[in-house]
Design a protein around this ligand. Structure first.
Ligand SMILES: [Zn+2]
Length: 222
């Protein structure tokens, strides 16, 4: 009897370890937006293409409609720089609760376990990092201690002016820079607001050059 109990305890211990080593993260569904779903309305032709990955989790406040709409609404903010979203893929994951929050150590593990094309935007339930930002971007320059997170954005539920916030964070990633710009109406003001949407010609040129060099934008045929 004692032996059986020991065996049972051992089995439980082995099961628990197996579970923590391979957390059950599953892809549930995916949605694709093609260039035709993202009409080009700018008067100048697009010179650069962007392919976006969006990640949502089951059992959070984020739903596919909101996130896909935000990607579409962000398009005109990028269009002023000649950048067109040529494809966007939204993937919904089922993951243990801890992965649905942004917390550097856990999010690194998630990014390692489920690699996705970059740039990638993760829509999370909340951030557990301090200071707590609504949205945070990790480029190349600031990912030295967390290489798995390079070229990713983490957005907490409840972020206001979502498409503006996303475009702002995406600019950080594409320029690989945390720089802000305090010109009135500029997208890169440190506080995002619905009226802060403009990018200057030199901001656009810098973004295209850096992102192309880092493989995050591709040159489109004219
Ligand atoms: Zn910023």
């Amino acid at each position: 009897m004692l032996r059986l109990l020991v065996l049972a305890a051992l089995l439980i211990a082995v099961t628990a370890r197996a579970e923590s080593a391979t957390p059950a993260i599953k892809a549930v569904r995916s949605w694709h937006l093609a260039a035709s779903d993202l009409p080009w309305t700018d008067t100048t032709p697009a010179t650069h293409g962007l392919r976006l990955t969006l990640i949502i989790f089951q059992d959070t406040a984020w739903d596919p409609e909101t996130t896909l709409a935000a990607a579409k609404n962000m398009a005109p903010l990028l269009a002023q720089c000649g950048v067109r979203i040529v494809a966007a893929e939204l993937r919904q994951l089922a993951a243990p609760r801890r992965f649905r929050y942004y917390r550097t150590a856990v999010s690194r593990e998630l990014a390692r376990l489920v690699p996705v094309p970059r740039p990638a935007i993760y829509f999370v339930a909340d951030t557990l990092n301090r200071p707590a930002f609504d949205a945070e971007a990790i480029g190349r320059a600031n990912s030295g201690t967390r290489p798995e997170l390079a070229d990713t954005i983490w957005v907490a539920a409840g972020t206001r002016d979502l498409h503006v916030a996303l475009a702002h964070e995406l600019f950080h990633v594409l320029t690989d820079s945390g720089a802000h710009n305090d010109e009135p109406g500029n997208l890169m003001q440190s506080e995002t607001a619905p009226e802060n949407t403009r990018l200057t010609d030199s901001q656009c040129a810098g973004m295209r050059a850096t992102a192309e060099r880092n493989g995050l934008l591709t040159l489109l045929p004219n």
